[in-house]
Design a binder for this molecule. Sequence first.
Ligand SMILES: *[C@@H]1O[C@H](CO)[C@@H](O)[C@H](O)[C@H]1NC(C)=O
Ligand SMILES: *[C@@H]1O[C@H](CO)[C@@H](O)[C@H](O)[C@H]1NC(C)=O
Ligand SMILES: *[C@@H]1O[C@H](CO)[C@@H](O)[C@H](O)[C@H]1NC(C)=O
Length: 451
Amino acid sequence: MAARWAPPAGLILLLLLAVLLPARADRPARTGHADDDPEASSAVFQLYGNVYPHGLYYVAMSIGNPAKPYFLDVDTGSDLTWLQCDAPCVSCSKVPHPLYRPTKNKLVPCVDQLCASLHGGLGKNLKCDSPKQQCDYEVKYADQGSSLGVLVNDSFAVRLANASIVRPSLAFGCGYDQEVGSSTEVAPTDGVLGLGSGSISLLSQLKQHGITKNVVGHCLSMRGGGFLFFGDNLVPYSRATWVPMARSAFRNYYSPGSASLYFGGWSLGVKPMEVVLDSGSSFTYFSSQPYQALVTALKGDLSKTLKEVSDPSLPLCWKGKKPFKSVLDVKKEFKSLVLNFANGKKALMEIPPENYLIVTKYGNACLGILNGSEIGLKDLNIVGDITMQDQMVIYDNERGQIGWIRAPCDRIPNENTIHGFEEGYCWPQFPSSIFGIQNEECAANYRSNKE
Ligand SMILES: *[C@@H]1O[C@H](CO)[C@@H](O)[C@H](O)[C@H]1NC(C)=O
Ligand SMILES: *[C@@H]1O[C@H](CO)[C@@H](O)[C@H](O)[C@H]1NC(C)=O
Ligand SMILES: *[C@@H]1O[C@H](CO)[C@@H](O)[C@H](O)[C@H]1NC(C)=O
């Protein structure tokens, strides 16, 4: 899912309507062992963008033959990769690059298993009357936006860790008729990079082609940019916090299961929250009860120097005596949140103020955790980019687990640093009062990296 709060132009929500349909059996079988393909390599991509003001992180990918560059919004909350496309285009937004132009021989027929998987993932029945028929699809978003498209197959350039470039033919959507919900601005990207666990996902296709393992990770830097990787070469297995993937009641989303919520070391007393991790959402969304509890706790704890103020960027903002320049100016006025996951051992995700606040261009500090009920999310809680910043987050479909670890995300690893890459990583810094597992030395290193 790509859920966007785009200040100040209004609310752009690329939120798949199918979000509330029951889960489908589209998740690829897990092999249990990650060693079944000794040939598989890893690939690292630079990321661009930020939480504010861009509202998204994206990669540049070379697609087609001859290869042309496209910007794709990195979305671990949906499966289908798609580009705005000249098929010809009935209705497209203005995008950064010339529209992708498919040729007839690139159409994926509707009898292809990937077409069935795409429709399964969208909760639709597939109508396929003849083997020559193309694979049409429609995705609908919560802000009334939608995209009509056709599945095509073209080559993606992927640079492996050893500097070899491979060009597998992968299936993706060619979207030729978009209804844009609320904005007519230039779209920041040419399309979406779907990294969910369904078999149409680019990640699953790279695994199918024996190129990388079914593992993807991202490291979103607070200073903007960061990196994305496929495969498991970079994964700090022994140091990250791991939780088994839960089967989300909400389709194929990556879920570490349910968590209880702490604020400043105290339980907020809300019922366990079902959490999904979604890089396609710039902000974090809590359902009604935890949202209410959090807002009450924050307001009750606020220092006298902060005053609530209205700011077009987000619903709940505060100003100080002077405008803030960055979150660092205000973070000491706020306490950390912690999500404590029931399925793991000491599986905590710390959310320090810089992972839930933004400072706007008006110098106000605003809460980057939003009320999910307002966009119809019901009981689902979405951990979005703001909360995953400066952590490496790993979605390991091979072992069926999700991991995270604090990391310096603006250092992009290359082949030479891959094996020494764990050096810069620390245990997360939890409030020792409740969990008693703080690592002071690491915390100190980490701060000196950032300031
Ligand atoms: C790089 O790795 C891939 C897959 O592991 C392999 O097929 C390729 O030959 C390697 N290239 C070089 C230059 O070693
Ligand atoms: C995609 O294209 C490649 C090469 O042209 C072909 O081998 C493969 O079968 C195609 N896949 C699909 C799903 O159409
Ligand atoms: C969250 O949104 C729901 C639905 O619009 C609303 O009823 C509720 O009052 C909101 N909660 C808070 C704390 O604003």
